[in-house]
Design a protein around this ligand. Structure first.
Ligand code: ZN
Length: 152
């Protein structure tokens, strides 16, 4: 194992997989259940799955804490999806419905929705209250994780 390897939790079977830094995440499969470890779209997770990611996952991921009644959340959703597609090799995009999982809001210190949290290396790197629009969202994610921009 090198320092660049990432420990990636499989949300299907909860196995922890070692994935080399250069490997595209959406092509990596779980060693135990063979499910893909990431998808090119945001994935809804539970508070329990988030706790597992916090404890055992060292890769880069974003969590969007949202609610069905929240207008800005709905407006941000297509931009969130497009960022997930464009950054699918490096970053996973998750969503937590705070109406269904109010305990996650409390544990993660969320004061309003939407709130985005960036995680890597098993710790919270950044938290953003409110919805960055359009290209600002992808730029925010790239800046936090130090990913080069594909365009100028
Ligand atoms: Zn698995």
């Amino acid at each position: 194992m090198t320092m660049d390897d990432r420990m990636i939790v499989c949300l299907g079977c909860q196995a922890v997989n070692r994935v080399p830094q250069g490997r595209v995440l959406t092509l990596a499969k779980c060693g135990r259940c063979s499910e893909l470890l990431a998808t090119p779209h945001p994935v809804e997770i539970t508070s329990e799955q988030m706790r597992l990611l916090e404890k055992k996952d060292t890769g880069a991921f974003i969590v969007d804490l949202w609610a069905p009644w929240c207008g800005p959340c709905r407006m941000m959703a297509p931009h969130y999806d497009s960022a997930a597609q464009r950054l699918q090799g490096d970053v996973r995009f998750y969503k937590i419905n705070t109406d269904q999982h109010p305990d996650a809001s409390i544990r993660l210190n969320i004061r309003g929705v939407p709130t985005l949290i960036a995680w890597k290396g098993g710790r919270e790197l950044a938290k953003q209250a409110g919805a960055p629009g359009g290209a600002a969202l992808e730029r925010w994610v790239r800046d936090i994780f130090g990913l080069a921009s594909t365009s100028h």
